[in-house]
Design a binder for this molecule. Structure first.
Ligand code: ATP
Ligand code: MG
Length: 559
């Protein structure tokens, strides 16, 4: 049994197990992940990827990657490349080559002619407006199109002429002949083909007619021998059409469509169309902006594939929709990174400290663990010297009660180093605190001071061997739980103005001078941070993106 199969059962897994037990299903289990290449993948797609590849893995089967590419105007090679990269990065390998629905355009065309010849499809000349009127509504049945009963030969000829470019965009469509009075609107003679003069990223200018999703999808599934076609709940009402298409053409395979609930995350947009607006209107820095819920954005922010897969396991698969708290995703990331991230110190808002009783020309090397619970991750060295930096926020002139950091005449321990006491506060002409003069206690390395107490432990770096860095503090992109819920407003009205705070001139310990690019660090007492290679190159110094804070402090007034 694979590791995957030990995970909690979901209802789809149970359905397949039952089908195998009762002999309803025999042979391999073959699934597919069918993105449309009209944008980058987001966290919702991750759920579908984990489900489809996971089910295949559980049953020792295979999962295809198929681009559902029937809308050439909105699709591009850039999206195809990004999607492939994201699926691989999540740790999945599709079976064989990548497939495209457009690989089947010739066969799809042939099946459309078959339907016409059987009197099950016809060419219709109603305009879009007329068609909408004829369609009826949820409470009213539709009306037959006046073209519905045109002779088979006429429809066949018109369909060929459509293919051969003899009509203009939108002039004619091919429709299935099903039932205009069906309570299911999807069955009221749905469109199968439409005319679109558009170059296609795979087929160039070969076609000026393109098949609709509801016609393409079942046939592509069947041609690939997919056994279980898993899709989101909004396709439940399309299932009769999925089955109708396969029942009315000559094809030996009939996959079973099973629907599950989409992932909806609070504080998050998961619509490619809206995410594209964020990119097109420059609200964010591209599809992989670390605030985007795209897989590439999460990658750049420092989320690991393991954490995203763990999150997908946690939320499970079910039929009923619901809203998942984005805190669960953040929890999954913290869990994973807490176990694996190397530790380091970064002083975000440096405040100079001079140790007045430490020699100017002396330094000593202190050794700290890379990970306190994982000795096998090794050790790192930092040096202690006369000039150090601590974070401005770790010093208070008039500290509140139970202050665990530095204040005048109070002592604090510097992580992995000595205890020091603040003796003097130096201000500039404007009255700003620019330096602290402190005395360190040479007898406190690894031991408690005698006769007095240190307030707590703060992080620090030494002036002599720290490196300057820039820090991007990322937070949620929206400050509204459901940014796209209000019907009159725009989701862009709910942008969090503090979703990105840039701190320049932070200082990091020297182990971060050349940061790893494969794993975020835990900056002690601050959070998890991931080096941004592109920004680092641009800035000529390390640039780190905050992946997530150490604790969930959302709505609780910060750290
Ligand atoms: P969007 O609404 O973002 O454009 P889509 O459904 O049109 O999404 P596709 O590229 O067609 O995007 O999606 C590929 C697969 O991913 C489909 O099977 C789809 O059902 C699934 N999927 C998309 N969004 C989600 C989601 N939020 N949760 C779970 N699965 C999803
Ligand atoms: Mg879609």
């Amino acid at each position: 049994m694979s590791a995957e199969s030990k995970k909690a059962h979901n209802f789809i897994q149970s359905l397949i197990e039952d089908a195998i037990e009762t002999g309803q299903h025999t042979g391999q289990v073959i699934t597919r992940f069918p993105p449309e290449p009209n944008g980058y993948l987001h966290v919702g797609h991750a759920k579908s990827i984990c489900l489809n590849f996971g089910i295949a893995e559980t049953f020792g089967g295979e999962c295809n990657l198929r681009f559902d590419d029937t809308n050439p105007e909105k699709e591009s090679q850039e999206y195809i490349d990004a999607i492939k990269q994201d699926v691989e990065w999540l740790g999945y390998q599709w079976a064989g080559d990548v497939y495209y629905a457009s690989d089947y355009f010739d066969q799809l065309y042939g099946f459309a002619e078959e339907l016409i010849q059987k009197g099950k499809a016809y060419v219709c000349a109603l305009t879009a407006d007329e068609m909408a009127q004829y369609r009826g509504s949820l409470t009213e049945p539709g009306k037959n199109s006046p073209y519905r009963d045109r002779p088979v030969e006429e429809s066949l000829q018109l369909f060929r002429d459509m293919r051969d470019g003899k009509f203009k965009n939108g002039e004619l469509v091919l429709r299935a002949k099903i039932d205009m009075s069906s309570p299911n609107i999807n069955m009221r003679d749905p469109i199968l083909y439409r005319i679109r003069y558009a170059d296609h990223h795979q087929t160039g200018d070969k076609w000026c007619i393109y098949p609709m999703y509801d016609f393409t999808h079942p046939i592509s599934d069947a041609l690939e021998g997919i056994t279980h076609s898993l899709c989101t709940l909004e396709f439940e009402d399309h299932r009769p059409l999925y089955d109708w298409v396969l029942d009315n053409i000559t094809i030996p395979c009939h996959p079973r469509q099973i629907e599950f609930a989409r992932l909806n995350l609070n504080y998050t947009i998961t619509s490619k169309r809206k995410l594209k607006r964020l990119v097109d209107e420059n609200v964010v820095d591209g599809w992989n902006d670390p605030r985007m819920p795209t897989i590439s954005g999460m990658r750049r922010r420092g989320y690991t594939p393991q954490s995203i897969r763990a999150f997908c396991d946690m939320i499970g698969i079910n039929k009923a929709g619901g809203i998942v708290d984005v805190g669960m995703l953040e929890f999954a990331v913290r869990e994973d990174l807490n176990a694996r991230a190397p530790r380091a110190m970064c002083v975000m808002r440096p405040l100079k400290v001079t140790l007045s009783n430490y020699p100017e020309d002396k330094t000593e090397t202190l050794v700290l663990p890379v990970h306190p619970q994982n000795p096998e991750m090794g050790e790192r060295e930092v040096s202690w010297s006369q000039t150090l930096y601590i974070d401005r926020e770790d010093f208070e002139m008039e500290p509140p009660r139970k202050w665990k950091r530095l204040a005048p005449e109070q002592a604090v321990r510097l992580r992995g180093g000595y205890v020091m006491t603040c003796k003097e506060v130096v201000r500039d002409e404007a009255g700003q605190i620019v330096e602290l003069k402190c005395e360190y206690d040479p007898n406190t390395l690894g031991v408690n001071p005698e006769g007095y107490k240190a307030n707590g432990v703060i992080h620090w770096v030494s002036a002599t061997d720290s490196v300057e860095a820039d820090i991007n503090l990322y937070d949620r992109l929206f400050n509204h739980e459901s940014p796209d819920s209000d019907k009159d407003g725009d989701f862009l009205d709910h942008l969090n103005p503090e979703s990105l705070v840039v701190l320049r001139g932070a200082r990091v310990e020297k182990s971060l001078a050349e940061p790893r690019e494969d794993l975020p660090y835990q900056f002690e007492r601050e959070g998890y941070f991931f080096c941004d290679p592109a920004l680092t190159k641009e800035a000529g110094k390390p640039v780190f993106n905050r992946t997530v804070t150490l604790r969930d402090s959302w709505g609780k007034g910060g750290k």
